[in-house]
Design a protein around this ligand. Sequence first.
Ligand SMILES: Cc1cc2nc3c(=O)[nH]c(=O)nc-3n(C[C@H](O)[C@H](O)[C@H](O)COP(=O)(O)OP(=O)(O)OC[C@H]3O[C@@H](n4cnc5c(N)ncnc54)[C@H](O)[C@@H]3O)c2cc1C
Ligand code: FES
Length: 272
Amino acid sequence: MKQNNLKVAHIRHLKGDYVHLTLTYDESMEIPKPGQFFMLKTETTLIARPISVHNFFYVLKKGYVEFLFKVVGEGTYDLSKKTKGDTITLWGPIGNHFPVFEDRKTALLVAGGRGIAPLFYLTTTLFEKGYDIYLFYGVKESEELVHLLRLKNLCKKLFITTEDGKKGKKGFITSLFSDSISQYFDTREQPSLFDERSAQSPVCYVCGPDIMIERVCEISLKHDIETYISLEARMACGTGVCLGCTVETAGGRIYHICKEGPIFNAKEFYCL
Ligand SMILES: Cc1cc2nc3c(=O)[nH]c(=O)nc-3n(C[C@H](O)[C@H](O)[C@H](O)COP(=O)(O)OP(=O)(O)OC[C@H]3O[C@@H](n4cnc5c(N)ncnc54)[C@H](O)[C@@H]3O)c2cc1C
Ligand code: FES
């Protein structure tokens, strides 16, 4: 896959070791779709790092791609040290993308921690398509929450949980998701969750830690909600060659997350 050198247009250091990186896009490159990712090269690590597209937009006909990443090791630390005008070598967009259905109008998004990175781009895309968006967004510490104001404007409802209890509801997002969905579907006790239009065929999109994805899928699939998950693995090549990112489905099929993913229908992994 062709490598490109993109210039840093903007870099912002957020709380909770998060970095918001904006690169000036190259017109010759394919426009990324929500759920796709790029491999970003760093100076000190031999292997590039996979980072999801956080947003893509135009200003005065110039394209910009945004990434949101948490500094967790050498590679992300290197990227965080870039400054405006520096060049970053990357390749992509890689992988498949979240399916967006023209005939649906309701989306349930569940983001855990840095899982908000790809789901933010999905949120802006679904908003433009006229979807009612119900976003369940959970983090450990309240300072990790990003873009709350923008998300509030884009979503019909925004549900927040923090483990430190300083913002939103104290606890796990899986509990809030479970309570909200179960109450609505089992007893209809909470009609305020969906209006009539929204209650028809919602699609669920999930990104976050594996355990969170598993719990959310248990609930969504139990209620027959079509669910798409974004999976992660350590990646070396990002092109399907090194076999480093394989996952096995419930039916024993082997996929490369970088090639056949990172987005999968949850039914393939979680059979109830
Ligand atoms: C398709 C895809 C999209 C991603 N998108 C984003 C994103 O948008 N924002 C973001 O912050 N991160 C994202 N990640 C994770 C990101 O790639 C890793 O955090 C990064 O590669 C770590 O590199 P490092 O050199 O800083 O840390 P390393 O020194 O390589 O690792 C530091 C620690 O993080 C753990 N780690 C590294 N990679 C992963 C992983 N993939 N899953 C779980 N644990 C890991 C390691 O086990 C280690 O404990 C994505 C991963 C994939 C596969
Ligand atoms: S990262 Fe090498 S096969 Fe997926």
